[in-house]
Design a binder for this molecule. Structure first.
Ligand code: ATP
Length: 202
């Protein structure tokens, strides 16, 4: 398989802005959040397994997963959450690998907010962290989503601390400046990955 770069960062750090730019350069992006939704679409084996365990009440009349009901069930019950993860995590992992294997760009990117928190980091050769201080995470996320600061802070508190992410990343791009500055820094990193990809053997 070609070189795989893991792209991560806390909420509102600029992962999507970064992956959109790399996609515009022709790099294949596999987004773990998108894959997580795809594996529970109607007709997928993971959805049938969820229905078999949690019952018909977690399925909407349309046949789609009733995320709100399922969230309520697992929120109150860690054991049930574990069972849900035992169903979804292998399906997500397999789908990510299949999409990365189908990639044709010189290197490909696995974008995931939980890259370092899950086994997903084992799929990548290098970890690229998009980094901003907490004040900027809060300012940009509240502006983007129109949500209260408190809500953003509670999500941040559940994520891996910034210092730990910084310690584990191979490559770090600070996203405190303009979008143009982000693109410029990413372009340098992109050239670096192209060089690494040339010498990469799977
Ligand atoms: P999440 O983890 O919540 O999905 P994310 O890491 O994907 O967030 P983005 O959605 O890319 O973050 O960025 C958060 C917000 O900040 C967006 O509205 C985006 O347009 C804006 N943004 C990102 N980078 C910059 C920048 N350098 N200058 C100004 N705004 C930016």
């Amino acid at each position: 398989m070609a070189l795989i770069v893991g792209l991560t960062g806390g909420i509102g750090s600029g992962k999507t802005a970064a992956s959109d730019y790399l996609a515009s350069l022709g790099i294949t992006i596999v987004d773990a959040d998108v894959v997580a939704r795809e594996v529970v679409e109607p007709g997928q084996p993971a959805l049938a397994q969820i229905e078999a365990h949690f019952g018909r009440e977690v399925i909407l009349p349309s046949g789609h997963l009733d995320r709100a009901t399922l969230r309520d069930i697992v929120f109150a019950n860690p054991e049930q959450r574990k069972i849900l993860e035992q169903i979804t995590h292998p399906a997500i992992g397999a789908a990510i690998i299949a999409q990365l294997q189908a990639a044709t760009s010189p290197y490909s990117v696995l974008a995931s907010p939980l890259l370092l928190e899950t086994s997903q980091h084992q799929m990548v050769k290098r970890v690229l962290l998009i980094d901003v201080p907490e004040e900027i995470q809060i300012a940009r996320t509240t502006a983007r989503d129109g949500v209260p600061e408190k809500q953003v802070k509670s999500i941040m508190a559940a994520q891996m601390p910034r210092q730990d992410k910084l310690a584990r990343a191979h490559d770090i791009i600070s996203n405190t400046g303009s979008l143009a500055a982000l693109h410029q820094n990413l372009h340098q990193q992109h050239l670096n990955y192209l060089r690494i990809a040339q010498h990469h053997e799977s």
